[in-house]
Every structure is written in C-alpha cells, then in structure tokens.
Design a protein around this ligand. Structure first.
Ligand SMILES: Cc1cc2nc3c(=O)[nH]c(=O)nc-3n(C[C@H](O)[C@H](O)[C@H](O)COP(=O)(O)O)c2cc1C
Length: 223
C-alpha cells in the first residue's frame, strides 16, 4: 500500500523486520533519494553520504559480515542511553514485544543469535542503504543525517516500500567501509537501512509499538 499523505506515511511507517522476496528497481530507489536531497540541514551542509546495494554486491557484503565477528573497538556507542532507567525500560519493552512476536523466549540464546544473523540479512530486504559521513561532523550534523534518513523512510512509504534503519551495521562499520572503498580515517559509519516490500502477514511486522504520551515530552506555553 502506498501512503497518500504525510500523515499516512508517518502513521504506516514502522521498522519492518520481514520483507517479501521482491526486487526494487534502481529507478524507484534513485527517485526516493533524489527527492530526499531536499531534507533540511544546518548551514545547508548536507553532511549525509551513502551507498546503496542490491543483488550480487549485497550478497557478497552479507557473506563477509557473516564470516566476521563484530568489530572491536565499536564505531560509536549506541547503547549508552540504556544507563538511564527510564530509557532502559523503553528498550526492555521493545525487546519483550519484538522477541515475543518472533516467538523467541527470554532464555532462547539460539533465537537471539538468529535475530543477529537476520540483521545481517536485513530481514530479507533486497536493498541495503548504508550511511556514513565525514568524521569532522559534530552533533548537529548527526541530527541532519537523521532527518535525511527519516525523509527517505517517509518517501519509501509513498512509493509502497518499507524500511528498517539498522545501527546493527555499525558493528561491521570498518568491514563495510573497506568493502565500499570509504576511507575509515575520514569517515564515520552511522547505520544501514533495509529497503523493500513489507511482508504484511509476518507477526514481527504487526506487534504494537509503545510511545511516550505527548504531554510527557512536550510542553505547550502561551496557547
Ligand atoms: C538510527 C536507528 C537505528 C536502528 N537500528 C536498528 C537495528 O539495528 N535493528 C533493528 O531491528 N531495529 C533498529 N532500529 C529500529 C528501532 O528499534 C525502532 O525505530 C523503534 O523500536 C521504534 O519502532 P518503529 O520504527 O517500528 O516505529 C533502529 C532505528 C533507528 C532510528
């Protein structure tokens, strides 16, 4: 289903973790990325850079990731906020509902290992976008890159496609950069993004997602 409005694109976007075995044309991906160029960025720096893979080059990259342990040291620390009990609870809640939708129990180490391997496969998505940018970019530019990625995710919905952003790929950041010929000294890796057609029947694409109530994170003054 193609989203017909921004509200529909926002409302129907979710992180899809089961894709159909159906290819996505270069024309469609190029069209989305061409439109996403108009995402905002402070000072119009447009710090985002990316590679988009499908077919044999993507298969070869996935094979390399399967054969290689996660890098040490890490590219950046995406788990830091879980040190706060409030944020940790949100992560815990996500894990509980997501693993339960996949039929993976608390102590099912094999199931959790399979989920890691599924991340390498981007859950069967036929296209993987990997995003990186110059190391001299600081916090404001990380945010700019996020806005670009969200723009892509919403445009994907309009095109009838779905996505899953994947910090997971930062565990293989150096491998991916080497594979793509991206200079590790000058560029930091941010994330992957699975792109493809949603398997609407998969339970993992249908569990309820929790969000903090509006008045818990926004205050309104002067209305
Ligand atoms: C930058 C970023 C990285 C993410 N990395 C992963 C990932 O590696 N694997 C995964 O399954 N989900 C990943 N997610 C998806 C989040 O878990 C998801 O956005 C969150 O639980 C909210 O759910 P929703 O996207 O379905 O609304 C990532 C999301 C973002 C924004």
């Amino acid at each position: 289903m193609n989203a017909g409005s921004v509200t529909e694109a926002v409302g129907t976007r979710r992180s899809v973790r089961a894709f159909l075995d159906k290819s996505v044309s270069l024309e469609t991906v190029r069209d989305i990325l061409d439109k996403a160029r108009f995402a905002p960025s402070g000072c119009n720096y447009q710090p985002w850079e990316a590679s988009v893979l499908t077919g044999a080059p993507l298969r070869a990259l996935r094979d390399q990731m399967h054969a290689t342990p996660p890098q040490d040291p890490i590219e950046y620390d995406f788990s830091a906020p879980s040190a706060s009990p409030e944020h940790h609870a949100r992560l815990h809640q996500l894990g509980a509902t997501m693993y339960s939708a996949m039929g993976i129990g608390r102590d099912d180490a094999d199931g959790r290992a399979r989920f890691m391997a599924d991340n390498i496969e981007s859950f069967g998505a036929p296209v993987l976008l990997v995003c990186y940018f110059p190391r001299l970019m600081k916090e404001p530019q990380w945010s700019d890159v996020g806005m670009w990625l969200q723009t892509i995710m919403l445009l994907a919905r309009e095109a009838g496609l779905d996505t899953c952003p994947q910090e997971f790929h930062s565990l293989h950041a150096r491998l991916i950069k080497a594979y793509l010929g991206v200079n590790d000294a000058t560029h930091i890796f941010f994330c992957g993004m699975a792109i493809g057609y949603r398997d609407t029947a998969a339970p993992v694409n249908n569990f309820a997602r929790e969000r903090v109530a509006l008045d818990n994170h926004v205050q309104f003054l002067g209305f």
